[in-house]
Design a protein. Structure first.
Length: 261
């Protein structure tokens, strides 16, 4: 019951702090000493949640989203208080951030490898046969059925799936959506939030934070290019339901951070 209550509270808090409209809530959260609550949860995921991969990922996603929202929205004194948290105890929170970065990067890279394998004809055939069977039962989207039927036909005629897509014989939107959802399930969104926090604190003007991020990246064979690629993908995906003006402004803000990372 306590675990469910904590999860529900985290979801509500996360939702209330997202975007420009969450700025007031972010400032109130710091004013009521919320940093004392959120950072222990950031530093250590509760043991009960670690027993379930999905619960652990959900918890870490909400915590990182809350911190990312604060970095986006906080101004002046409240922002300084947040950034100072990352310098405490010899930058232990930066160490934790980088630990999570490599954890989720590995998970997403593993998912990407599996997806790349399935993009070959044999893999697509197996995936789509399963999807076709499920689609018949669940009555899923027409494009999905079209793609599955096409792949089944391809297996009998020897046609190449990608050639069929290029010629416009079938649409690949459905399967690409599936691949993207699987990347999200592997932890892509959490990874994007982590990278966002990395570039924000690296652009904070606190040399200690930037140096620690770069130091750990170098020690563990990480790559600035990989972080920039993840952030570019994140910038392209933000702003659903927002005005085009807002989307462009937010993308520019993020890309400016990335270029200075």
């Amino acid at each position: 019951e306590k675990k469910m209550s904590r999860c529900s509270s985290m979801k509500v808090l996360d939702h209330g702090m997202i975007g420009a409209e969450g700025a007031d809530n972010c400032h109130k959260f710091v004013d009521i000493l919320g940093l004392r609550t959120i950072f222990p949860l950031f530093m250590k995921t509760p043991k009960k949640m670690k027993k379930s991969v999905s619960s652990e990922k959900e918890h870490e996603e909400h915590v990182c989203s809350i911190i990312a929202s604060m970095l986006r929205n906080l101004k002046s004194q409240q922002r300084s208080r947040l950034l100072n948290k990352f310098t405490e105890n010899d930058c232990e929170k930066v160490d934790r951030l980088m630990e999570m970065h490599f954890k989720y990067l590995e998970a997403v890279q593993q998912a990407d490898k599996r997806i790349e394998g399935e993009k070959h004809a044999d893999g697509c055939y197996v995936t789509c046969v399963r999807t076709y069977s499920h689609s018949v039962i669940q009555g899923l989207h027409r494009k999905r059925l079209q793609l599955c039927l096409a792949v089944l036909a391809m297996s009998k005629t020897g046609k190449d799936l990608h050639a069929m897509v290029r010629r416009g014989e079938i649409l690949d939107d459905g399967i690409e959506d599936d691949f993207y959802i699987r990347r999200l399930d592997a932890g892509l969104f959490v990874l994007q939030l982590i990278c966002y926090i990395m570039v924000e604190i690296s652009n904070s003007g606190i040399a200690q934070l930037q140096q620690r991020v770069q130091q750990i990246l170098n020690l563990r064979g990480g790559s600035v290019k990989v972080v920039r690629h993840i952030m570019r993908e994140y910038a392209e995906s933000i702003g659903d339901g927002k005005s085009e003006e807002f989307k462009e402004a937010e993308r520019k803000r993020i890309m400016d951070l990335v270029e200075n990372f």
